[in-house]
Design a protein around this ligand. Sequence first.
Ligand SMILES: C[S@@+](CC[C@H](N)C(=O)[O-])C[C@H]1O[C@@H](n2cnc3c(N)ncnc32)[C@H](O)[C@@H]1O
Length: 157
Amino acid sequence: MKPILDACCGGKMFHTNKQNPAVLFMDIRAEGPQKLSNGATFSVAPDVIGDFTKMPFRSNTFYMVIFDPPHLRCGNKSFMFKKYGTLGAGWRETLRRGFAECFRVLRPRGTLVFKWSDSFKPLDEVLKLAPIQPVIIHKAISNSQSKRTHFAVFMKL
Ligand SMILES: C[S@@+](CC[C@H](N)C(=O)[O-])C[C@H]1O[C@@H](n2cnc3c(N)ncnc32)[C@H](O)[C@@H]1O
């Protein structure tokens, strides 16, 4: 098994190498390539189609898990939906289960990297859904809500 899992890779925008052999890319969908309304070409091309609330992996498998779930609620025809997906009405339970699954498939002393943009709900509220506290948090400062992208890093101890 590969050492790193990206549990909801989307377009792999923040990956330095979209073909990184060390990363197992998962998402609930595969799409494209397609042209977005801004003219850019976009595709979601995971290695595994899977649900982060019910991952198809054994416990204690990965050294690192990356968790960048949808962070907004939007219509399914919007540009934002195509790129980032959307949270449903039961989003708290979805994220709670997502966190629990990330920790289940992480090896002991493995690292979870969580990304969140607080355009819908603030980071502090969402971190309450994780079973443990992060080791560090980086909060972005911006006047524009949509540009407030934060990172929290956890270790499974
Ligand atoms: C914020 S985007 C990820 C963006 C990505 N990190 C990037 O760099 O482009 C969230 C992704 O989560 C996926 N997703 C939504 N619900 C999911 C689920 N239950 N299991 C797995 N992936 C899911 C969406 O399809 C979407 O591609």
